[in-house]
Write a protein that binds this ligand. Structure first.
Ligand code: GUN
Length: 298
């Protein structure tokens, strides 16, 4: 069994990004600038956004965190988004999810200029991704694709089973792995809460992507001998023995499953660190106007 080390891979890619930023700034260009909007004070979102901002500093990006209290209205948030769309000093921005219930996430993603949508959540980017046109690819699937690539995992013709159909992970993952590319060319089965015989289907997977958000959901009897297992889960579970009072649990029962796998990602240290890498890479592409060259503002 080979452990897919997302932490190490993310460090290597951070070095690569950092040297690209250095050559940009030494040729007189400004550093890429990412803005994150955080509404309310959800504990997990605070941690994720904090990590994104900290990692920007590590690679030489400028970053700005805009915080609003949970009473912010949808109209007010859209007005902030319009300001960022028009701000030439901002290359890309994200609105951290989940949002308070009174704000419709579809109205928010639709308000973001696709050329600055470094989360890749805007329908234009999702459509362009599906058509295999240049697009911002959502960060977590983008990070997973790079793990498959850097570990030279064979994907063509293999059966990939994705568990979970979220817009952020499961659905884009299923699209990316079925495209005519490497990694890709898989036969993909997208499973979800209404899937019958999930165990039997999972057991047919050469590549199993667990993105359902249920701790330890994937047990050893759901995994074929020699499968590649990608664990996207990051649920906080109580851990009174730890100072912070919780730990991160994956969607996979790691100890039992690892023994059956050819490759597996751990939690933490697998997919998680690669998600931030996907976001940094999208922001770099935005600063270089690589996805939407016609958008360069004069
Ligand atoms: N919440 C959980 N994952 C993400 C993500 O990738 N982007 C944003 N904006 N919010 C999230």
């Amino acid at each position: 069994m080979i452990l897919i080390d997302g932490k190490l891979t993310s460090q290597q890619i951070k070095e690569e990004i950092k040297s690209k930023v250095e050559s940009m700034t030494s040729s007189g260009l400004r550093a890429p600038h990412l803005v994150a909007i955080l509404v309310g004070n959800d504990g997990a979102s605070e941690t994720y956004v904090g990590n994104k901002i900290r990692t920007c500093a590590e690679v030489g990006f400028k970053s700005t965190l805009l915080r609003f209290d949970s009473g912010l209205t949808e109209e007010e948030l859209i007005a902030e988004i319009h300001k960022l769309n028009d701000d030439e000093e901002v290359d890309g921005f994200i609105v951290q999810l989940p949002l308070p219930k009174h704000i419709d996430v579809h109205h928010i993603t639709a308000a973001i200029d696709p050329a600055k949508d470094v989360d890749g959540f805007h329908p234009v980017n999702l459509g362009r991704m599906t058509e295999q046109l240049p697009a911002y690819i959502p960060a977590t699937p983008k990070g997973i694709m790079q793990l498959l690539e850097r570990y030279k995992i064979e994907t063509a013709g293999r059966h990939c089973v994705v568990i979970g159909r979220s817009n952020i992970v499961g659905t884009p993952m299923s699209i990316l792995l079925s495209r005519n590319a490497y990694p890709g060319n898989c036969t993909v089965t997208l499973t979800h809460s209404r899937t019958e015989n999930l165990k039997e289907i999972a057991r047919q997977a050469d590549i199993l992507v667990a993105a359902i958000g249920k701790p330890y959901f994937v047990t050893a009897d759901m995994v074929k001998e020699g499968a590649v297992v990608i664990d996207v889960g990051m649920t906080r579970v109580p851990a009174p023995e730890l100072k912070q009072g919780f730990k991160l649990a994956g969607d996979v029962d790691f100890k039992a499953v690892a023994a059956r796998c050819s490759y597996i990602t751990p939690v933490p240290g697998g997919v998680g660190p690669m998600t931030i890498i996907g976001l940094l890479q999208n922001t770099l592409l935005a600063a270089q106007h690589r996805i939407y060259p016609a958008h360069v503002r004069q």
